[in-house]
Design a protein around this ligand. Structure first.
Ligand code: C5P
Length: 234
């Protein structure tokens, strides 16, 4: 399982995205790109095909959550985009996760990696209890959702870097952890609350880090990307 730095391309247009990616044209290591809802809904599947054509690996972060049959059919369409990783909400139940895997698997047996969002890091204990009526401690809920994802055959979870070690303990080391909330020791934390440096994320065993603004908003994005790779992969 190769470790990598995934750059969150949270841009609202193809133009802004390609302006940014063109800075990396001469880099030997092409950044692994995360395409989220904003960019995908603005530009559609063509943005995925074009970034792929330029030689980048892609994490398509659309967080599907619907009835199993609908998710299966949506995943069947996404499997044709040839992304490397995609995701869904574990809260959709094991039946939904198994249906997603079925839809994602191509006739030749290959498929992108499928990972689950457990509880969003924007959901705290209070919101979980009051809005979702889930009364268990949030870390127990996160580990339970991770275990359900693993039992459904998924490849890993998106989680806080602070949860990565516990996820590996609960679900095994082959089960991957993809962790956002990464900041340089001397950088701005922005609206992220619980952050970790790329080096610390490496030490606690994250498999992939997702880094947005520390790279996209840097004065020199290529230098910031190289610094992340150096700290996280070495
Ligand atoms: O700019 P920044 O490094 O904070 O970007 C982090 C990326 O990871 C964003 O695309 C954000 O939506 C995503 N993300 C997150 N926290 C989660 C799940 C996803 O920050 N729990």
């Amino acid at each position: 399982m190769g470790k990598d730095v995934i750059v969150a391309c949270d841009f609202s247009s193809a133009e802004a995205t390609f302006d940014f990616l063109s800075k990396f044209e001469n880099e030997k290591r092409k950044p692994f790109v995360k395409i989220g809802m904003e960019l995908y809904y603005a530009e559609g599947p063509s943005i995925v095909r074009e970034i792929k054509r330029r030689g980048h690996k892609i994490f398509l972060d659309l967080k599907l959550h619907d009835i199993p049959n609908t998710v299966m059919k949506a995943m069947r369409v996404l499997s044709q985009l040839d992304v490397d990783i995609t995701n869904l909400h574990a809260g959709g139940t094991k039946a939904m996760m198994r249906a997603a895997l079925e839809g994602l698997t191509r006739p030749d047996g290959t498929r992108p990696m499928l990972i689950a969002v457990t509880q969003l890091t924007s959901t705290d204990q209070q919101a979980m209890e009051e809005d979702l009526l889930i009364k268990e401690p949030i870390d127990k809920v996160v580990m339970h959702y991770a275990k359900c994802a693993e039992e459904s055959g998924l490849d890993g979870v998106v989680c806080s870097p602070l949860e990565a070690a516990k996820v590996h303990e609960t679900c095994g080391h082959a089960f991957i952890t993809v962790t956002p909330g990464v900041r340089f020791a001397d950088g701005d934390i922005g609206d992220q609350k619980r952050v970790m440096t790329p080096k610390a994320a490496k030490e606690i065993g994250s498999d992939y880090i997702v880094v947005g603004r520390p790279i996209t908003q840097a004065a020199d994005p290529v230098a910031a990307y190289r610094r992340c790779v150096e700290e996280f992969i070495g």
